[in-house]
Design a protein around this ligand. Structure first.
Ligand SMILES: Nc1nc2c(c(=O)[nH]1)N[C@H]1C(S)=C(S)[C@@H](COP(=O)(O)OP(=O)(O)OC[C@H]3O[C@@H](n4cnc5c(=O)[nH]c(N)nc54)[C@H](O)[C@@H]3O)O[C@H]1N2
Ligand SMILES: Nc1nc2c(c(=O)[nH]1)N[C@H]1C(S)=C(S)[C@@H](COP(=O)(O)OP(=O)(O)OC[C@H]3O[C@@H](n4cnc5c(=O)[nH]c(N)nc54)[C@H](O)[C@@H]3O)O[C@H]1N2
Ligand SMILES: [Mo]
Length: 712
């Protein structure tokens, strides 16, 4: 008689997602099967707990809908009819189409489309850059997220990590500005609670009384897209009442006199009219923020999602220097600490392979680019989509779908599932999931490097992106040494392991420990700008930005491929308030037809569109809800629970109405992330979003849209 003894092991991993938390995982494997994924209890951020999205991560790997083999389209575009082919056949098809396209139109007729479906060094946002640069494809400008915020941050304080979220535990006054932390940065929230327990006041500035706002001491509702006015109003009060830190301002800032003049244009009464925040609240916020030290501001990316968002982030990033908050542990502000990681983007992305004059196409312009509205020469004849799902996540949904239906467009999608975008592909390539691949994760929410080691074999013929690009390179006949590097050789080449931040950290040690903190000082002692030392050209916090002299520029996250592309409106070197493109005040003509402002923030139980197809998370998230103030329901015949259509000239989607005074009158909220193909109408919230860009960094303006709502 033989007794089966199951073989179990625990492998160290890291969450792959586009999220500031980048949790450290433990993969539990039994007989080659992933049975459970838990959070590493020792990791200072993860602390053993995972979010609702990751609760069934092991099962997610075995979801029966996973794409397991390369496929070729057999039905009409978008019909979802595919037939299995081999990798060799798929690669040969791609080569044959691309060879023809390059011959007839040039390689720029090929456009990669990528975002942060995966956040790793090997398989993430930059995993295909070297390949497409070598191919001579159009360079995609990747500004879905953070580019407005990062551009503003770098103009003001330079590429610094700023305040460590772990240091929030030492703050006495915390402003969470445009972030729904308990959904989107859950693992940093305990540090806020720790500070609160010690007496800190927590303020949330958000148009919506979110789950985070409900846990704060003070929620300040604000009209979307008006934060710059509020920040300038705070400066006005702080300067007028002599509450600023003269010594710090004198020694560590640039352009105070000009800023003072600008702030003088924003007295509380005017700011109140713009923002909807009462004068007495503006006064109280300014006084408390300046005089309660250390004060901290946790900035949310949502700040960038309207026309003036970049300037709002500039203004907010100036505040801690004005009040001297940077002097203290737990004082200052944080955009994202990604800038502390010594990544060698040139080694990863190979910008030296971009042929001079190669055009740049912004990914958020995908719809107009595909439909021909953008008038590109050569037109886009082939699209290669990976790590992204533009049908759901990019603005102008109807145009993207119209473009993807073009018979003369050759679309390839590398995916885990047949997403709403992948449905339109001619060739599908199956991608490996995190427990099946190797990668090194940096993060935009803490200061640890985390290694993800493979725990199980990929199912079917799934491949990590990094391996897919190696095969594509060989197929296209590229013989550069780059394509012969192993995963470890790449990681050795892609970071500056000799930098001060990585002293004592090696891949070997990471393999054993899973994660290691950068050498940037401990959270209970770190005050990175106590003595100035900003990473700007002047070394100071630049109220007046010297970088603005060069005109507009874009700093995409995971800065890759190219720099200094000039586009958009000229940049004011001083922060200022720019009214939204679409609001009742800024565009009364449009508001006559579409009177309501809509914001479309992140879903609690999905990660952008990921898990939108998982039953557990669907149950947790619920169906698409449209939040409205009761006053806006009256007169429209809308009752709680009735289905409503949200629409404007660009399109429509539907959801169930929820009436609540968590909303300001005139405001609509609907979460992004639902799979259009799984909704009542086959559309989702980006059906109504405009393709306009933010004033900085070409970011999207998902929260700068007017709509009307009607009962279905
Ligand atoms: N659960 C979950 N977590 C996520 C994600 C997810 O999809 N799901 N996505 C990840 C990604 S990619 C990102 S970028 C982050 C983003 O995370 P956050 O920065 O939290 O961004 P959002 O959820 O888009 O919006 C946050 C809040 O900003 C408010 N808001 C909208 N417009 C304005 C405005 O003009 N001014 C102010 N003051 N507030 C405004 C919204 O009402 C919302 O409550 O989350 C990450 N974490
Ligand atoms: N209205 C509105 N629109 C928004 C936003 C908003 O707040 N409101 N937020 C914006 C923001 S902040 C962001 S970051 C973007 C996010 O936009 P996306 O990055 O497009 O969002 P995801 O849903 O994460 O899509 C990633 C896709 O990559 C796939 N994927 C995951 N891992 C891998 C892998 O290893 N290999 C391959 N080949 N594929 C993989 C997933 O299955 C998924 O379909 O959306 C933006 N769009
Ligand atoms: Mo994002």
């Amino acid at each position: 008689m033989s007794v089966h003894v199951s073989e179990t092991k625990v492998v160290r991993g890291a969450c792959p997602h586009d999220c500031p938390d980048t949790c450290a995982f433990l993969y539990h494997v039994e007989d080659g099967k992933l049975v459970e994924v838990t959070g590493d209890p020792d990791h200072p951020m993860t602390r053993g707990g995972l979010c609702v999205k990751l609760k069934n991560f092991a099962e997610h790997h075995y979801n029966p809908d996973r794409l397991l083999y390369p496929m070729k389209r057999v039905g009409a575009k978008g019909s979802g009819q595919f037939q299995r082919i081999s990798w060799d056949e798929a690669l040969a098809e791609i080569k044959s189409h691309w060879t023809d396209i390059i011959e007839e139109h040039g390689a720029q007729a090929i456009m990669p489309h990528v975002y942060l479906g995966h956040q790793g060094t090997l398989n993430g946002l930059t995993s295909g850059d070297a390949f497409f640069n070598r191919l001579g494809a159009s360079v995609p400008e990747k500004t879905y997220c953070e580019s407005g915020s990062s551009t503003a941050w770098i103009m003001t304080v330079g590429p610094t990590g700023g305040l460590d979220l772990e240091s929030l535990a030492y703050s006495k006054y915390i402003i969470v500005w445009a972030m729904n932390m308990t959904s989107t940065n859950l693992h940093a929230w305990p540090f806020v609670l720790e500070a609160k327990k010690k007496g800190a006041k927590v303020v949330v500035i958000d148009p919506v009384r979110t789950r985070t706002a409900k846990q704060a001491d003070w929620h300040i509702p604000i009209k979307p897209g008006t934060d710059a006015a509020l920040a300038l109003g705070m400066m006005n009060v702080i300067i007028a009442e002599d509450l600023y830190d003269k010594d710090y301002v004198e020694r560590h800032t640039l352009g105070f006199e000009e800023l003072k003049e600008r702030a003088a244009d924003y007295p509380p009464e005017k700011v109140s009219a713009i923002t909807g925040v009462p004068v007495e609240d503006i006064l109280a916020l300014s006084r408390e923020y300046a005089s309660t030290q250390p004060s901290a501001i946790r900035q949310g990316v949502a700040l960038e999602r309207s026309r003036g968002g970049g300037q709002a982030i500039r203004a907010i990033t100036c505040l801690p220097a004005l009040v001297g908050a940077w002097r203290h542990v737990g004082g200052g502000t944080v955009e994202m600490p990604i800038w502390e990681f010594p990544t060698k983007f040139d080694a990863i992305c190979r910008p030296d392979w971009i042929k001079p004059g190669t055009r740049v196409v912004n990914e958020l312009d995908l719809g107009p680019a595909l439909t021909g509205e953008l008038d590109l020469d050569p037109p886009i004849k082939s699209l290669f989509v990976y790590n992204s799902n533009p049908v759901s996540q990019a603005p102008d949904q109807a145009k993207i779908i119209a473009g993807l239906k073009r018979e003369d467009l050759f679309t390839v999608a590398s995916e885990l599932f047949i997403s709403d975008t992948a449905r339109y592909a001619d060739i599908l390539l199956p991608a490996a999931m995190q427990a099946e691949q190797y990668d090194l994760m940096v993060t935009w929410g803490h200061l640890y490097m985390t290694l993800n080691q493979p725990a199980i074999e990929p199912p079917g013929e799934c491949l990590p992106n990094v391996e897919m690009f190696r095969r594509l390179a060989k197929t296209m006949g590229f013989d550069d040494a780059y394509w012969d590097m192993s995963d470890d050789e790449m990681l050795e080449a892609f970071y500056d392991w000799d930098s001060p931040q990585l002293q004592g950290i090696t891949l070997e040690k990471l393999k054993e420990k899973g994660y290691m903190r950068l050498n940037v000082g401990d959270p209970d002692k770190r005050a990175p700008h106590a003595e100035g030392n900003f990473k700007t050209p002047s070394g100071k916090c630049e109220f007046k930005a010297s970088a603005a002299e060069d005109g507009n520029f874009v700093v995409p996250v995971w800065r890759s491929m190219y720099e200094g592309e000039q586009s958009g409106e000229p940049v004011d070197p001083l922060p200022d308030y720019l009214p939204p493109y679409e609001s009742p005040e800024s565009n009364p003509e449009l508001a006559a037809r579409y009177p309501l402002n809509i914001v479309s923030p992140k879903p609690h139980a999905f990660l952008n569109t990921q898990y939108g197809n998982e039953t557990v998370q669907q149950r947790r998230q619920g169906e698409q809800v449209v939040l409205l103030h009761p006053d806006d329901a009256t007169g429209r015949g809308i009752e709680a629970g009735s289905y409503v259509r949200v629409f404007n000239d660009r399109g429509y989607f539907e959801g169930r109405a929820e009436l609540t005074d968590d909303m300001m009158p005139g405001l609509v909220m609907a979460n992004v992330g639902y799979w259009p193909s799984l909704t009542r109408t086959g559309t989702s919230v980006n059906a109504i979003s405009s393709g306009q860009h933010c004033c900085l960094g070409q970011a999207g303006t998902y929260c700068d849209n007017l709509v009307e709502v009607a009962r279905v």
